[in-house]
Design a protein around this ligand. Structure first.
Ligand SMILES: *Cc1c(COP(=O)(O)O)cnc(C)c1O
Length: 394
């Protein structure tokens, strides 16, 4: 049976499941080895040194390449390590066009580090082809998209942008962290490179730091293999195992994350303390149609703007099932305050231009029971409103 022909649920559950003739073990072992014996001079088992290739990491990488419909996968020590490795494709003088509402760490990498090496970036609403066109320069080499964006859940048409990029000889790179290949496969829509913070949904249990790159095409895959090995920010064998362990349940988790997030989004939409809910699964979301066209489901992340900035502090103090913590994509629900936490490195004028202001909260909806989550949110919002009202009167 060709396992690559199976449905994605089966491929996920079966990651690393090989027929091991000696013991019959169901799971792929952790090869905790940095060096591999050469049979003879000039011969190799295919494995020489851990940074270049390790059997456990290789199983993960091949599985991810297949899941994202790419040709090669590269497991990195973090999402940032994956991004750094991808950005190493570019050279001094090169220019990138990047999603305006961007993960704070990616912005920091570009502005504080890549800029010192002469790689510059322009930030635009990547769903606006005129805006893309107006910041394209002769030195532009790639478009970098997050869709949905974090935290404002803006949707970009991957196919349209990839098509535009290819017309101008640019690479199309997509950070697919928020949807995972279970819901969205950018390479099938024309992207050349997909990046993940596997720390989030792929790992899924708030317990492993990892990143992934998947490339399409031999030339690009060879270049990335060279960079991955040369830079050396690769994933360890035990973390590779841990990540595969998490990915086996990705399908089940994503379905529950989506279901819970939609329930929470509906609850918040009709709550009097909430001004706006940002969730692409709501039919009134401006990116809803594109989202339905290019993805088979929705993320478990949503953001919401409370009516009064004074609600934020007591909400974060009163949530109890939901933890006030950074990160996203794990089974446990987490809430964060982007303006002060995840997006603090983005200058105020850029943050305010996109709407990441002091009233915005981001909620990574876990896989708990939706009623428990809604109840926890409801009591925190009610207490916050009562405290703010009380404070106003005194
Ligand atoms: C977390 C995150 C990253 C960075 O990944 P790490 O694993 O934390 O290094 C990059 N992009 C997005 C969208 C993220 O959420």
């Amino acid at each position: 049976m060709d396992k690559n022909q199976l449905n994605i649920e089966s491929r996920l559950a079966q990651i690393g499941s090989v027929e091991e003739p000696v013991t019959g073990a169901i799971n792929f072992p952790i090869y905790q080895a940095t060096a591999f014996r050469h049979p003879r001079l000039g011969q190799s088992t295919g494995f020489d040194y851990i940074r270049t290739k390790n059997p456990t990491r290789q199983v993960l990488e091949e599985a991810c390449a297949g899941l994202e419909s790419g040709d090669a996968g590269f497991a990195c020590s973090s999402g940032m390590a994956a991004l750094q490795t991808v950005f190493a494709l570019f050279s001094q003088g090169d220019h990138l066009i990047v999603s305006l509402d961007l993960y704070g760490g990616t912005y920091r990498l570009l502005e504080a580090i890549l800029s010192r090496f002469g790689v510059s970036a322009s930030y635009v609403d990547t769903n606006d082809l005129d805006a893309l066109e107006s910041c394209r320069k002769p030195s532009t080499k790639a478009v970098f998209i997050e869709t949905p964006t974090n935290p404002l859940m803006m949707i970009t048409d991957i196919q349209a942008v990839s098509h535009w990029a290819h017309r101008h000889g640019l690479l199309s790179i997509v950070d697919n962290t928020l949807l995972t290949p279970f819901f969205q496969r950018p390479i099938e829509l024309g992207a050349d490179v997909v990046v993940h913070s596997a720390t989030k949904y792929l790992g899924g249990h708030n317990d492993v730091l990892a990143g992934l790159i998947v490339t399409k095409g031999k030339e690009l895959s060879d270049k990335m293999a060279f960079l991955h090995n040369s830079i050396g920010a690769v994933l360890s064998p035990s973390d590779s195992y841990q990540l595969m362990r998490g990915m086996k349940t990705l399908a089940l988790r994503m379905e529950r994350h989506e279901q819970n997030a939609l329930a929470v989004a509906n609850f918040l939409s009709s709550h009097e303390a909430v001004e706006q809910v940002f969730y692409p699964g709501l039919p009134d979301h401006p990116g809803y149609d594109i989202q339905c066209k290019q993805s088979s489901g929705n993320t478990g992340i949503l953001s919401f703007k409370v009516k009064d900035a004074r609600y934020v502090e007591p909400i974060l103090r009163h949530i109890s099932l939901i933890a006030f913590a950074e990160s996203l994509g794990g089974v446990e629900s987490l809430m964060t305050y982007p303006a002060v936490q995840t997006h603090a490195d983005i200058p105020l004028e850029i943050r305010e231009a996109v709407g990441v202001d002091e009233r915005l909260l981001r909620f990574s909806v876990g896989i708990e029971h939706e009623q428990d989550l809604i109840q926890d949110l409801g009591q925190a919002l009610a207490k916050a409103a009562a405290e703010v009202e009380g404070g106003t009167r005194s």
